[in-house]
Design a protein around this ligand. Structure first.
Ligand code: HEM
Length: 78
C-alpha cells in the first residue's frame, strides 16, 4: 500500500510488520497482534520504533516507521 495516498490498515499493513518473535517477546506487556493493545500503546511503540530501541535485536527501516506513524495519524484504523 502507498502511505502517501491511502490510510494504512492494521490487518493488511501494520500487523505483518510484527514478527512472531516480536510478538512472543512483548507478550509480557502487550500483544502486538491485537489491534486494541497496539492502539492503547501506539505512542510508546512509535517512540521505541523511531529511536531504533525496539525491536531489541534490530531496527525497523525508516519506511516501516513512517507507515506506523501514518497509521496513528489516520486514527489507528482496522
Ligand atoms: C516491533 C517489535 C517491538 C516493539 C514495537 C516493541 C515495543 C516495546 C515497547 C513500546 C516497550 C515499552 C513498554 C512499556 O514499558 O510500556 C518495550 C519494552 C521491552 N521490549 Fe520490546 N518491542 C518489540 C520487540 C521486542 C523484542 C524482539 C524484544 C526481545 C527480544 C523486546 C524486549 C523488550 C523488553 C525486555 C522490554 C522491557 C525493557 C524496556 O522497556 O526496554 N521487544 N518494547
Amino acid at each position: 500500500m502507498d502511505a502517501e495516498t491511502s490510510p494504512p490498515s492494521f490487518e493488511t499493513d501494520i500487523k505483518p510488520l510484527f514478527l512472531r518473535f516480536d510478538r512472543d517477546q512483548m507478550l509480557f506487556i502487550f500483544d502486538l497482534w491485537e489491534i486494541e493493545d497496539v492502539r492503547t500503546h501506539s505512542r510508546s511503540i512509535y517512540a521505541r520504533l523511531k529511536s531504533g530501541d525496539m525491536p531489541c535485536d534490530r531496527s525497523w527501516p525508516e519506511e516501516h516507521v513512517a507507515l506506523f506513524r501514518s497509521w496513528i495519524k489516520a486514527g489507528c484504523p482496522d
